[in-house]
Write a protein of this length. Sequence first.
Length: 160
Amino acid sequence: MQILINIGIVLAAIVGMEFMAWFAHKYIMHGFLWDWHEDHHKPHFEKDGFFEKNDLFFLVFAIPSAACYISGLATPQTWLLYVGIGISIYGLIYFLIHDVYIHQRFKWFRQLDSKYSKAILRAHGDHHAKNTKEDCESFGLLIVNPKYFKRRTTQKASTT
């Protein structure tokens, strides 16, 4: 029974991290830490080197995970260990989808052919359509607005 509880804690932490990531992206990255995130919204040709200041957020998000691992192993509060594991799994998912799949920072896999993967690309593309911190949309990663599941069509030019 305890193993099911631990798996539930890990899954709850993964789901919770999607909402934390959305909140952090909307109110922190596009807020008072825009200075770190801004280079992520610039075209690739304007960037100096492989790393971005935005990569600092990886370290920021690793701190709660590490703290949960340490606390969960060093105290009787072992449930914290499973929260840390969930945060780490979400971080891996985020890295694979955002940095590997969407931005192709590593050429491990290319275009996936599912409605969900295409919706993620559309949502993230709309987010990056703005190079400023204001007026952006789609701050989450895994939970995608249903409008992005619809196939995009080009509008026909009017002939009037």
